[in-house]
Design a protein. Structure first.
Length: 263
């Protein structure tokens, strides 16, 4: 798995379109687990002073090429992006059962927010980031993690969830939350029952959380990931499918949202 992580990092470096874009593997630790994230930023802009930061949280597959590519896209917009690691250095998979087991260690537990907070702490420790202008962006499992992190009271001005599993905000969580929410959801996502989605949105209303919810017609789960169809076929999964229109639109919505909360 560690060799696989190195391949992903090498690919990310090769994909850099700007000569001033810096990509670094960053080692850190949380509760005895050795972690390795990927930091990407535009060196030419960093010289001017602290920049807004974006914490990128991977899908349940782990920190892989897709997550690093998303971090690079945010860095190209001028943000300091850090693709954190929730599972452990080099731990990722294309097997749905293993991914479920890995993600299952976090759902419904304080560990989800705590492990993400370790990544946030590492991002802030770079000295490149304006601590008052940091957002978290998550995909699937990462979207849920971004919500959990915000509910913990982490110093985030915003979160973006792309096809994340909704986590309702308790009264206590809403009181701690400091972030505005953008929820990008597949309207045809069979993995999120309507009653669960309705309860989640009602909890945001009840908690007076500033949120935007956008549902993309025809989009299923994992609609932003071009590899979703391959993963679905490999694992005989239904309801997981890339949707080019939803991917493009949600990216545009995320950019506007981040400009609002970070600029």
């Amino acid at each position: 798995m560690k060799k696989l992580f190195i391949v992903f990092l090498t690919l990310a470096m090769a994909l850099s379109v700007s000569a001033s874009l810096v990509t670094k593997q960053i080692a850190y630790e949380h509760e005895g687990v050795q972690l390795a994230g990927v930091l990407i930023y535009d060196e030419s802009k960093a010289d001017a002073g602290p920049l807004p930061g974006v914490l990128v949280i991977h899908e349940w597959w782990g920190l892989n090429q897709f997550a690093v590519e998303q971090a690079q896209k945010f860095a190209e917009l001028g943000y300091v992006a850090f693709a954190l690691d929730m599972y452990g250095a080099g731990v990722n998979t294309a097997d749905a059962k293993k991914a479920g087991d890995l993600a299952g260690e976090f759902y419904g537990k304080p560990l989800m927010a705590e492990r993400a907070a370790a990544g946030l702490k590492k991002l802030l420790a770079t000295g490149l980031v304006d601590e008052k202008r940091v957002a978290a962006v998550g995909y699937c499992f990462g979207g849920s993690t971004a919500m959990a992190l915000a509910y913990s009271g982490a110093p985030l001005v915003g979160i973006v969830s792309f096809h994340g599993g909704p986590i309702p905000a308790s009264a206590e969580a809403a009181a701690k939350n400091q972030a505005k929410f953008l929820i990008c959801h597949g309207a045809a996502d069979p993995l999120v029952p309507k009653e669960k989605l309705d309860g989640f949105l009602q909890s945001l209303e009840d908690g007076n959380i500033d949120y935007q919810f956008i549902a993309y017609q025809g989009a299923e789960h994992a609609f932003t990931n071009k590899s979703a169809n391959k993963f679905a076929l490999m694992n005989q999964l239904k309801g997981i499918k890339y949707h080019s229109v939803a991917a493009k639109r949600s990216w545009g919505h995320a950019k506007l949202f981040l400009e609002e909360v970070l600029r």
